[in-house]
Design a protein around this ligand. Structure first.
Ligand SMILES: C[S@@+](CC[C@H](N)C(=O)[O-])C[C@H]1O[C@@H](n2cnc3c(N)ncnc32)[C@H](O)[C@@H]1O
Length: 211
């Protein structure tokens, strides 16, 4: 059962977070943008209200919460009501797939990554943005989880967890960006690599002939 009830009931409240925390949102958007391929056909899985797909020019998404999907459609996005674990697309349809702060809500991450692999063309890219479980924010979220409306049901992963799952699903050639640093001078900048920023973006390429 997809973890969507809270998002469905509080879709407007979820969407309003981006206006109240505009600088954090823009830092995350900038980090994702650095690893999104230029051109090509893309899809965002767990598109939410379209806060990433819209500005990134990704016209298509998948979203199991009808209310979140409805808000995304208001931004002119084409949204399929489905889950990451059962994508409504043919094999090899896309040049890239994006998931932002979604893997922590999936019932079966490994199945979702295999689905992303299936719908990508050979050497297509999967881009995943997530809160690193071992980062400052990751630790904070885990400590306050029970009191968080949206993150109560989340399962956070470390960079190593995500890279291992991506490798098993048939991805390689990993590239990283990070932002949301504790240090206030570079706090919202975007840097290569991982290990210091709380929000991490990884891009992996679909192996030829794998898995
Ligand atoms: C934290 S929100 C992120 C939304 C959007 N990507 C963003 O960054 O604003 C998580 C989203 O994942 C969706 N979701 C939950 N389970 C899912 C599943 N199994 N497959 C696809 N999306 C799912 C939720 O409905 C919600 O819209």
């Amino acid at each position: 059962m997809a973890r969507i009830a809270t998002f469905d009931e509080h879709a407007e409240q979820y969407d309003a977070w981006f206006d109240r925390h505009r600088e954090i949102y823009l830092a995350e958007l900038a980090a994702v943008r650095e690893l999104i391929p230029v051109g090509g056909k893309g899809v965002e899985i767990g598109i939410g209200t379209g806060r990433f797909a819209g500005p990134l020019g990704i016209p298509v998404g998948v979203e199991p919460s009808p209310r979140m999907a409805e808000l995304a459609r208001r931004h002119g996005l084409l949204v399929f009501e489905a889950t990451a674990e059962a994508l409504p697309f043919s094999d090899g349809e896309f040049d890239f797939v994006l998931m932002v702060t979604v893997i922590c809500f999936l019932d079966d991450v490994e199945l979702a990554l295999r689905e992303a692999h299936r719908v990508l063309r050979p050497e297509g890219a999967l881009v995943i943005g997530f809160i690193d479980r071992e980062s400052a924010l990751g630790r904070q979220y885990r400590l306050k989880k029970d009191r968080s409306l949206f993150y109560r049901d989340a399962a956070f992963y470390s960079v190593q967890d995500v890279e291992s799952m991506l490798s098993r699903a048939g991805f390689s050639d990993f590239e990283y960006r990070q932002t949301l640093f504790r240090d206030s001078s570079s706090g919202l900048s975007v840097e290569e690599g991982h290990g210091r920023g709380s929000f991490v973006v990884v891009r992996g390429s679909k192996h030829l002939g794998a898995p």
